[in-house]
Design a protein around this ligand. Structure first.
Ligand code: FES
Length: 77
């Protein structure tokens, strides 16, 4: 199985509104669950209003916060 690819927008809006914390939550989740994953940061995607954005295997998910990130990971990985 190839690695899952997770990309977090690290632009200042997405970063300060949640991806600064989401990155650690994601790293811990994939480690604890033994899920092969490659985690990368991306530049602002000019859609700040609907952020924070996280893409999982090419699917872009909007409004990802520390309150719903685990639900998103369980569903998508
Ligand atoms: S900072 Fe993420 S879309 Fe702008």
């Amino acid at each position: 199985m190839s690695d899952n690819k997770i990309v977090l927008c690290m632009g200042s809006s997405c970063f300060t509104r949640g991806n600064n914390r989401n990155v650690d939550i994601i790293k811990k989740y994939v480690k604890d669950e033994n899920i092969p994953a490659e985690i990368e940061g991306a530049l602002c995607e000019d859609e700040c209003r609907s952020g924070p954005h996280v893409s999982i295997n090419g699917e872009k998910i909007s409004g990802v916060t520390e309150d719903n990130i685990l639900e998103v990971l369980r569903e998508k990985l």
